[in-house]
Design a protein around this ligand. Structure first.
Ligand code: TYM
Length: 343
């Protein structure tokens, strides 16, 4: 992948240089990350591995709240890990693992759930959305989803959590949960902080909603070039620009907005739109070219890594093994404080 130019750097002011711990997770609801995952979280997570003790997780337990096909969960988890490695995650410096390989997360989630009033989880926006989007499948794990997320972070006492803006409510709830646990059993957990990039919510190809696999409005950054081109060319631009000669409004055009992150010359692209020197189709073509070029190296690397039998599974297994002592220690200390287990 080409080096990030200044316009493409994640948040200008990530927290100060320390070896504090960073944790984040991604659902294997798809195998290929989309541009929203990348601009909102992945590039920040990759950048943070240099300065922090980084722990990154494929959250397959969470994915079970919506995907019930074991083959899909396993395949997507593998593919997502492969993508993360291709995008610059370095297993020598940081840890990548599969959530279900550290089942201590689930026990900690149960322990934390004992301090969580039901009203806190019922009011979570993601629960309300899921209740609307999958009315046939309002399973109990959807309700407790944010408690497991809090446990993911708390079990490693991570301070920083790179995420997109859509995770704000979950992070706030994580903070409330550990605060409530600390109040009952004594100061123990760090209150985690969300770390956002300068593109915390990337809109989808519909130009309206957040880019999301379930809405089918994604640009899959590591897909084959012709797939990327198709996804970009169907993007909705400025809906008030009807004729080619109408001036465009880059401030409201999602294609123009995305150009900000894929080149230093976006202002001249915006000028072209404003003066109608360029049309929406030209600007989309250019965006597709840039996305394809920007991720070309990562796409190649993904293919190389995919050809190494067992490599991804080895990375995931080694990551989970390295985390075992820490996860077990946190759990043992919580159990002790909560009066559980024999001595
Ligand atoms: P998930 O799998 O939906 O998304 C992974 C990450 O990508 C970000 N993201 C976006 N950012 C900007 N614009 C978008 N359109 C966009 N779409 C997705 C998300 O904010 C997220 O950072 N609940 C989490 C997974 C999770 C987790 C955790 C995260 C489980 N445990 C602990 C942090 C810490 C989720 O569903 O992310």
């Amino acid at each position: 992948m080409s080096a990030l130019s200044s316009a493409q750097q994640p948040s200008a002011s990530p927290p100060a240089l320390t070896r504090d711990r960073v944790f984040t997770g991604i659902q294997p609801s798809a195998g290929l990350p989309h541009l929203g995952n990348y601009l909102g979280m992945l590039r920040q997570a990759v950048a943070m591995q240099d300065r922090y003790e980084a722990i990154y997780c494929i959250v397959d337990y969470h994915a079970l709240t919506s995907i019930h096909d074991g083959t899909v969960i396993r395949r997507n988890g593998y593919q997502m890990a492969l993508s993360w490695l291709a995008l610059g995650f370095d297993p020598d410096r940081a840890i990548l693992f599969r959530q279900s390989d550290r089942p201590e997360h689930v026990e900690l989630a149960y322990l934390l759930s004992t301090v969580v009033p039901v009203s806190w989880v019922e009011r979570t926006p993601s629960f309300k959305e899921k209740r609307r989007d999958q009315p046939q499948d309002v399973n109990h794990a959807l309700l407790t989803y944010p408690i497991l997320q809090a446990a993911d972070i708390a079990i490693y006492n991570a301070r920083y959590v790179p995420v997109g803006k859509d995770q704000t409510a979950h992070l706030e709830l994580s903070r409330e949960i550990v605060r409530a646990w600390n109040a009952r059993y004594g100061e123990y957990f760090v209150e985690p902080e969300a770390v956002f990039t300068d593109s915390p919510i990337v809109k989808g190809t519909d130009g309206l909603k957040k880019m999301s696999k379930s809405l089918g409005n994604v640009i899959e950054i590591l897909a084959e070039p012709d797939v990327i081109r198709k996804q970009v060319m169907r993007m909705v631009t400025d809906t008030q620009r009807i004729l080619r000669t109408d001036p465009g409004r880059p401030e409201v055009c999602n294609v123009c907005q995305l150009h900000r992150f894929l080149g230093d010359d976006y202002e001249s692209i915006w000028d072209g739109e404003r003066s109608a020197r360029t049309g929406c189709v030209d600007t989309k073509r250019l965006l597709a070219d840039r996305i394809i070029a920007f991720f070309a190296e990562a796409r190649e690397r993904r293919q190389e890594l995919a050809a190494r039998p067992g490599y991804v599974d080895e990375v995931l297994r080694a990551g989970a093994d390295r985390l075992a002592p820490l996860a077990r220690q946190t759990l043992a200390e919580c159990r002790e404080r909560m009066g559980l287990g024999g001595r």
